[in-house]
Design a binder for this molecule. Structure first.
Ligand code: SAM
Length: 257
C-alpha cells in the first residue's frame, strides 16, 4: 500500500509543529515507515492517530526521526583544532565569548565546550546556550548523567577532573553544568539570536535538504558577530562558504566575514 506522506507531513506540521518537508526525503521516509511499523500501524493515518493518543508512541516517533547519537569531543582532532582557534584567536580578539551549541542532543557537546573553556581559563559571556528540538533529550541533557558507553571518548584525566561516578553513572561536574543553559529550539522554524562569537552545530544539517541547510547557515551567519566562527560536523563541510558570508579557517570551522 502506498503511504500518504503528504497527509502525514501536513498533520505533523499542524499537530507537532514539525516541518518534515525540510528533511532529506528518501532517508526520512524510510525511517518513518520503519518506526510506523514498529508502532504497530499499517498506514500513516492510523499512525498519526496513535501518536496523538499515546505519549510513548509519540516519543518513540520523535526519537527515531531526530536521531540523537552524540559523544563528548566527537572527532577529537577537529575539537583540538577548534580549541586552538578559540584560545589563540577568538579569546584574544573578543574577550568573554558568547556561545551557542545548536542541536545539542544529550548535552555532550555543550559540556565539552564548557570543559574547554574551563581548562583554558577562558571567560564566557552569560551561559553557553544549548538547544535542541527534542524536549525529552533536553531533560536528559540538563541532568548531565552519563552511562559508561556515553563517556568512552573522554580521556582519563578529563573524566577524573570533570565527572563524579555515582552508582554506575558519570555525573558532570556541577561547575561545568552551571555554565550551560538548555532551551528548546527548532533550527527550521525557530528564531535565531544575535551577537554570538561561536556557534557549534554538528551532525544535524546532514539530514536536511540542501536549500534548507543553506538557509540555516545564512541564519547562523546573521547570528554571529563579524570574526565569529561556525563549527560544523565532520561530514558537513560547507561547499561554497563565500556565498554564505563565511571564510574557511579549517575544513569544518568557518569565520564570518
Ligand atoms: C545526531 S544528533 C547530533 C548531536 C551533536 N550535535 C553531535 O554532533 O554529537 C542530532 C540532533 O539534532 C536534533 N535535531 C533534529 N532536527 C532538529 C531541528 N529541526 N532543530 C533542532 N534540532 C534538531 C536531534 O534531536 C538530535 O539531538
Amino acid at each position: 500500500m502506498e503511504l500518504k506522506f503528504d497527509y502525514f507531513y501536513d498533520w505533523a506540521k499542524k499537530k507537532l509543529n514539525l516541518d518534515l518537508r525540510a528533511y532529506k526525503q528518501k532517508q526520512l521516509q524510510r525511517r518513518i515507515t520503519t518506526v510506523m511499523r514498529n508502532g504497530g500501524a499499517a498506514s500513516l493515518e492510523e499512525y498519526s492517530k496513535l501518536i496523538e493518543k499515546d505519549a510513548n508512541i509519540k516519543q518513540q516517533f520523535l526519537d527515531y526521526i531526530t536521531i540523537n547519537v552524540t559523544d563528548f569531543f566527537r572527532n577529537k582532532d577537529i575539537f583540538s583544532e577548534f580549541e586552538r582557534i578559540v584560545t589563540s584567536d577568538l579569546n584574544p580578539k573578543f574577550g568573554p565569548l558568547k556561545i551557542w551549541s545548536a542541536a545539542c542532543s544529550i548535552g555532550s557537546e555543550p559540556y565539552s565546550l564548557g570543559i574547554i573553556m574551563d581548562k583554558n581559563n577562558l571567560p564566557i559571556k552569560g551561559k553557553i546556550l544549548a538547544t535542541d528540538i527534542d524536549e525529552m533529550i533536553l531533560t536528559r541533557a540538563k541532568e548531565g548523567s552519563y552511562k559508561e558507553t556515553e563517556i568512552k571518548n573522554l580521556d582519563s584525566v578529563d573524566l577524573k577532573r570533570y565527572f563524579v561516578l555515582e552508582k554506575d553513572l558519570y555525573n558532570i561536574d556541577k561547575n561545568i553544568k552551571k555554565m550551560v543553559e538548555f532551551k528548546k529550539h527548532d533550527l527550521i522554524l525557530g528564531r535565531y539570536g544575535t551577537g554570538f562569537h561561536i556557534i557549534i552545530c554538528r551532525n544535524v544539517t546532514i539530514y536536511f535538504k540542501n536549500e534548507v541547510k543553506d538557509e540555516i547557515y545564512k541564519k547562523f551567519n546573521d547570528a554571529l558577530v563579524p570574526g565569529g566562527v561556525l563549527f560544523t560536523g565532520a561530514t558537513e563541510s560547507i561547499y561554497n562558504p563565500e556565498k554564505l558570508g563565511f571564510r574557511k579557517l579549517s575544513t569544518f570551522i568557518y569565520e564570518k566575514v
